[in-house]
Design a binder for this molecule. Sequence first.
Ligand code: DC
Length: 236
Amino acid sequence: MDKGLRITVDGPAGAGKSTAAKAIAKRLGYLYIDTGAMYRALTLKAVHQSVDLSDEEALDRLAAGTDVRLARPTRPGGPYRVILDGEDVTEAIRSPQVNAAVSQVARVPGVRAGMVDRQREMAGDGRVVMDGRDTGTNVLPDAEIKFYLTASFDTRVDRRYQEQRRRGFEVDREAVARDIAQRDEIDSHRAVSPLRKAPGAIEVDSTALTIDQMVEEMLEICRRAADDQGPASGAR
Ligand code: DC
């Protein structure tokens, strides 16, 4: 039986991954898996417990004793919930403190190994859209469709700046730019599963595209792939 498509969306912070991945999942009726949210949840716990972020063993131990889950929305169209040790942390993981620390936590090999196992388990039989940094290169290298989303640095900074303000955080644009530059640097140069365009990935530059244009362009690519897959993929 056809299991439907597995779609991965990778790229740097602010490229529009989560907006695109969520919209595509909704249109196709697929499960959306935000892998960054899992690293963010663990980071929130590390920050709360004042764990030394340069202490890899401490972060390994913390990850081993932590339960991170992604829960489907409780109401139609509502947000996916992020549950950390039974507590809903959906909003808290988007804070500037977590933004500033998450790349340091996500570069630890033991932390990544546990998260990647969970992510593959969640992807199960397909019909998923997964977004992150290594979903096409490492988590689901056999995915039927892989996207690599980019945008200019200024565009990415503007988007994150607006997003943070909408969420009610007091931030200045310079600080957001520094944070994104630092995360780009760490995410792209870490030893394990650095941010890379996966072999066979389709690159979409969202700098000059509206959200609707970006989503339509990506959905068209999914539809074409679905035609090759047969009717059960649902991407039409
Ligand atoms: O997509 P995001 O901004 O929520 O991701 C937060 C951080 O988590 C990102 O800076 C790097 C890390 N991350 C990762 O290393 N691997 C993933 N698959 C997803 C995110």
